[in-house]
Design a protein. Structure first.
Ligand code: ADP
Length: 498
């Protein structure tokens, strides 16, 4: 009874990891599954593919490592967030493909809500900006487009869930229809302060209450599964970004995690206090356990690793993403060149969908190495923009609520913990530490999301955080240089992208 089975249900693949008592990884299996793009801007997944791929990798990791169900103390789940599913409670059959978080089909419906002035009410209750990203308008779309579904919903015949609820339903053969607050807080139907479904929002989106999953603390009893032979309890559920926050050990107010993938996902733990953002960040629930709710501020950068992909595929100045480090490292600075990475607009805290990318301040001496370095600086500066906004929000809210610990100047006294594909780049992380002026920590193993699923199942958040084994990047430039680089970046953004 010493292992934990972590299920990491991601947007492009399902993964299953076995962890030992000390948090070491015993085994891992991964399987990609199909994505569907029925119309421009639409993204769907077949719920059966989500479930079958997840079940498949769980069975595979147990079989290849010769593990019996009796050896597994608990299952923890981390899942892609916001993705919206409807199924028949009697047969368990999906009523439609899942509408994935990236899907933009409800953009116009969101514009209408904004025009009607619903923004402030929704923001203050849910902590979210009105956007097609979140589940509420996706669920309303399903109820409008699947014939008879609204009536069937009112009769209690069908169930709504985000991916966590769908996995729980299938793992428990329909005995458990539940979700946790970290997932519920991404639906735009959930009151962040009361930690409950919100009747006024259900009314606004015309969502029958009968559809909704039970709310349970992120760590606790989610039933058990018998699908692997013996009985294995399911003890924890978290949305993937919150799982990465926990898996990185960011359990104290002011600690920030950043996942560097295609974009960057940042979360700052803000303690037991929901901090209302004045800088267009999102307020979200980190997790609920042991009778306490922890909150986080969240901000996303659209283009990060995507800039490196563009250097590779668009400009052709590198062969592989990893080559960028050597190329950028071959020059001491960018020679004044700035890259404005607004390829798909700018995310938090700028929120400008219309901005477009630019490379500025080039001279006859500019080389591809300067451009590569400017790309890394652009990633780091965008992350700094979000971190600074987090700091300013926290400062405006009067500290952490847990004894302070924040600088007066707005930037919190924190550490940045990093994961994701682009976090393999040492030079990027050194530039990040320089730009932020705080140490950047990279874990010895890169499985932050699965580590969070393990931690929430055990309610032992920090046991697998081996601080001593993390690689630390300390700032190496002084405050004056940092400040002038920040100002130059902000000026350039203002001139070219805002
Ligand atoms: P996602 O989950 O968004 O697919 P990953 O965490 O797998 O992303 O990271 C892949 C991204 O990281 C790609 O955009 C790629 O360009 C970038 N990347 C990978 N290795 C490096 C590197 N050494 N330096 C900079 N960027 C990198």
């Amino acid at each position: 009874m010493s292992l934990v089975l972590a299920l990491d249900q991601g947007t492009t693949s399902s993964r299953a990891l076995l962890f030992d008592v000390a948090g070491g990884i015993v085994g891992m299996a991964q399987r990609e599954y199909p994505q569907h793009y029925p119309e421009p801007g639409w993204v769907e997944q077949d719920p059966r593919d989500i479930w079958q791929s997840q079940l498949g990798v769980a069975r595979e990791v147990m079989a290849t490592n010769g593990i019996d169900p009796e050896q597994i103390a608990a299952i923890g789940i981390a899942n892609q967030r916001e993705t919206t599913l409807l199924w028949d409670r009697r047969t368990g059959e999906p009523l439609h493909n899942a509408i994935v978080w990236q899907d933009r089909r409800t953009g116009a419906a969101c514009d209408t809500l904004v025009e009607r002035g619903e923004g402030p009410r929704i923001r203050s209750r849910t902590g979210l900006e009105i956007d097609a990203y979140f589940s509420a308008t996706k669920l309303a779309w399903l109820l409008d487009h699947v014939p008879g579904s609204r009536e069937r919903a009112q009769r209690g015949e069908i169930a709504f869930g985000t991916v966590d609820a769908w996995l729980l339903w299938n793992l428990t053969a329909g005995r458990v229809h539940a979700t946790d607050p970290s997932n519920a807080s991404r639906t735009m139907l959930f009151d962040l302060h009361k930690c409950a479904w919100d009747d006024a929002l259900l009314e606004l989106f015309q969502i029958p209450r009968e559809l909704l999953p039970d709310l349970r603390p992120s760590h606790g009893d989610f039933g058990h599964t018998t699908l692997f032979g013996g009985e294995i309890p399911i003890r924890g559920v978290l949305g993937d970004q919150q799982a990465a926050l926990l898996g990185q050990g960011c359990c104290r107010a002011g600690m920030v995690k950043c996942t560097y993938g295609t974009g960057c996902f940042l979360l700052m733990h803000t303690g037991a206090m929901p901090v209302e953002s004045r800088h267009r960040l999102l307020t979200t629930i980190a997790w609920q356990r042991a009778g306490r709710v922890d909150y986080a501020l969240e901000g996303s950068v659209f283009s990060a690793g995507a800039i490196i992909q563009w250097l590779r595929d668009g400009l052709g100045i590198i062969q592989t993403a990893a080559d960028v480090e050597g190329l950028a490292g071959s020059v001491a600075d960018t020679g004044g060149v700035m890259l404005v990475p607004a390829f798909t607009g700018l995310g938090a805290p700028h929120w400008n969908p219309h901005a477009r990318a630019a490379i500025v301040q080039m001279t006859r001496g500019t080389t591809k190495a300067h451009i590569a370095r400017a790309a890394l600086e652009a990633i780091a500066q965008q992350v700094a923009d979000v971190v600074e906004a987090m700091g300013a929000d926290i400062h405006a809210a009067g500290g952490s609520g847990e004894g302070g610990g924040f600088h007066a100047g707005g930037l919190p006294a924190f550490e940045l913990w990093v994961d994701g594909g682009a976090a393999a780049n040492d030079l990027l992380l050194q530039i990040q530490a320089d730009v932020l002026g705080v140490p950047v920590f990279r874990h010895a193993h890169a499985e932050a999301t699965a580590a969070g699923a393990r931690a929430i199942a055990l309610a032992q958040p920090t046991t697998n955080i081996r601080r001593a084994e993390a690689r630390v990047f300390h700032p190496q430039i002084d405050a004056a240089r940092r400040q002038s680089a920040r100002e130059r970046w902000q000026r350039t953004l203002k001139e070219h992208a805002c």
